[in-house]
Design a protein around this ligand. Structure first.
Ligand SMILES: Cc1cc2nc3c(=O)[nH]c(=O)nc-3n(C[C@H](O)[C@H](O)[C@H](O)COP(=O)(O)O)c2cc1C
Length: 187
């Protein structure tokens, strides 16, 4: 079984980015499970808090990333960048002796009401993940623009062209995961 951890950069109940992640479950082949992280309880990063011990919600996220074969992040765009709470979560994950994002295959998608689909936030996120030494994928870029029109009442992503690119991206993520596993087996 291959495990993908889905991380949404939006806490909104009706988040289009979270819906995009849910759709991934329907696009991956049998034997691949998509599990969800919950960033809602992650406290603001504070080195004093860190010195007292890793908060439980952060430890859970780090453990989930470590246990996953790959990660899929969906981010909104806030002021042409990623939301602060996603950056905050990644700041926590980037610290300490165990850094589970290092070498981890990661795919990034975004959705926004604007025509640009959050592509600028996506670019910022890729740069950040590269700095954190994650194995971030660069193509295809799935940036869902005018996203309010691209989900049905059940919350399913229904844009045909978008679904094709998304399926390709997920396929690329699975290929990268397989490659990593083969390399590990050789080591
Ligand atoms: C503080 C803030 C800043 C935003 N800045 C941008 C922006 O720069 N570009 C953009 O496309 N959308 C921007 N938006 C709109 C969000 O992308 C939009 O609310 C999106 O639906 C949020 O994703 P969600 O549905 O997953 O919550 C902004 C929204 C907020 C709250």
């Amino acid at each position: 079984m291959t495990r993908i951890l889905a991380i949404s950069g939006s806490l909104r109940r009706d988040s289009m980015n979270t819906k995009l992640l849910r759709t991934a479950q329907t696009l991956v082949p049998e034997g691949v499970v998509v599990e969800f992280a919950d960033l809602s309880s992650i406290p603001m990063f504070n080195q004093d808090v860190e010195a007292e011990g890793i908060p439980a919600a952060v430890q859970i996220l780090k453990d989930q990333i470590a246990a996953a074969d790959g990660v899929l992040i969906a981010t909104p765009e806030y002021s042409r960048n990623i939301p602060g709470m996603l950056k905050n979560a990644l700041d926590w994950v980037s610290r300490g002796p165990v850094r589970p994002l290092v070498g981890k295959p990661v795919a990034v998608v975004s959705a926004s009401g604007s025509i640009y689909g959050g592509i600028r936030a996506q670019t910022e996120l890729r740069q950040l993940l590269t700095h954190l030494s994650a194995g971030v994928l660069h193509s295809p870029e799935v940036a869902v623009g005018q996203a309010t029109q691209k989900f049905n009442e059940q919350g399913e992503f229904i844009d045909e062209a978008g679904l094709r690119f998304y399926t390709t991206l997920l396929g690329n993520l699975l290929l990268k995961i397989e490659l990593e596993q083969r390399l590990k087996a050789l080591a």
